[in-house]
Design a protein around this ligand. Structure first.
Ligand code: CO
Length: 287
C-alpha cells in the first residue's frame, strides 16, 4: 500500500497557449508564456503538432542561445539541425537532441519534410550561474538509445533523462548526472490504467498531457495542459477510458535570479547586456 501523505497532488494547471516562434512555426506554449509561468529549473515548454506544412515548414533559421539547455524531442517528422561548431544531425521520430548552449551557440532547426505530420516538444532547462558560460555542446540521442519500460496493463515509459525505479527495475536514461538532475519521461497508459511513479522529493515536478485525459486524485487533467505538482515523493495518475500519454518532467530548482531576453537567459541585466553585445559583435561563441 502506498502512503498517501507522500503523494504529490495538483498545485497548478496551466493550459497551453497558441503562439508562433522561429520563422512562423505554430506552437502550443505552456510554461514560459511569462515570468510567473516557469517551474524552476524549467524555463519553457513548447509543443508543436500539425499535419499542415504551412504551420511548420519555415522552421527555426539560424538563431543564438546563451545560458541554458534546450531539449528537442521529435514524436513524428524529421528535423535537421546545424550549429556554428559544425555539428549537424537529423532528428528522426522518437529521437532527442540535448543541446547545452552554455556561453553561446548559433544554430538552426529546420523540418526536412514538405508534407505529413510534424509533432514534438522543445523544453528549455536553466543552467546554474556557475555553468552558464561553459563551452557549448550537444548530443543527438537515437530512438534506440532511449530505454523503454513496457507496463503490464499495456502502455509504456520511455526514459529520456534521469532514472526511475519501478516494479523492482531500475532504468536510467541516456542523459544523466546534470546539476539540475532532470527527469524526462514519456508515459503512455492504457484506458483506465493507473500508475504510481516515484519522483525524488527534492525535485520540482510537472506533467504535460498531450494525448487523452487523466486524473490525479480527483483533479482532471485535460490534453495540452501543463500541471505543476505539489511536493511529495511520488505521483499517481489514472488514465480515462481512452488512455493517456504525457510527459513527466522534474528537476532540481536552482533558486537563482533569472533575467531573460529572448534566447539569452542569465542571472543579471549586466550579463544580458553582455550577451547582446557579444552576439552583435560576433563574440557570443568565441572561446
Ligand atoms: Co534554438
Amino acid at each position: 500500500m502506498s502512503d498517501s501523505k507522500h503523494l504529490r497532488t495538483v498545485a497548478r494547471i496551466l493550459p497551453a497557449m497558441n503562439t508562433s516562434d522561429g520563422a512562423g512555426v505554430r506552437l502550443r506554449r505552456s510554461i514560459g508564456c511569462g515570468e510567473d509561468t516557469r517551474l524552476d529549473p524549467f524555463l519553457m515548454l513548447d509543443e508543436f503538432s500539425s499535419d499542415n506544412p504551412g504551420d511548420y515548414i519555415a522552421g527555426f533559421p539560424s538563431h543564438p542561445h546563451r545560458g541554458f539547455e534546450t531539449v528537442t524531442y521529435i514524436l513524428d517528422g524529421h528535423m535537421r539541425h546545424e550549429d556554428h561548431l559544425g555539428n549537424q544531425g537529423d532528428l528522426q521520430s522518437g529521437g532527442v537532441q540535448w543541446m547545452t548552449a552554455g556561453r553561446g551557440i548559433i544554430h538552426s532547426e529546420m523540418p526536412q519534410q514538405e508534407e505529413g505530420r510534424m509533432r514534438g516538444f522543445q523544453l528549455w532547462i536553466n543552467l546554474p550561474a556557475k555553468e552558464k558560460m561553459k563551452a557549448a555542446g550537444y548530443r543527438d540521442i537515437a530512438p534506440n538509445e532511449i530505454p523503454v519500460l513496457e507496463l503490464e496493463q499495456g502502455g509504456r515509459i520511455k526514459i529520456i533523462a534521469g532514472e526511475i525505479q519501478f516494479n523492482q527495475q531500475q532504468l536510467r536514461g541516456p542523459i544523466y548526472g546534470l546539476t539540475t538532475e532532470p527527469l524526462y519521461l514519456d508515459v503512455s497508459l492504457a484506458p483506465s490504467a493507473s500508475i504510481q511513479l516515484p519522483v525524488d522529493a527534492r525535485l520540482n515536478a510537472m506533467i504535460y498531457v498531450f494525448e487523452g485525459d487523466a486524473n490525479i486524485a480527483k483533479t482532471a487533467l485535460t490534453t495540452h495542459c501543463a500541471v505543476f505538482l505539489s511536493e511529495g515523493e511520488s505521483v499517481k495518475i489514472t488514465a480515462n477510458d481512452k488512455g493517456v500519454r504525457f510527459l513527466l518532467l522534474a528537476g532540481l530548482p536552482l533558486h537563482e535570479p533569472i533575467v531573460q531576453y529572448g534566447p539569452f537567459v542569465m542571472n543579471t541585466v549586466t550579463e544580458i547586456k553582455q550577451a547582446i553585445h557579444d552576439y552583435q559583435t560576433g563574440q557570443l561563441t568565441a572561446v
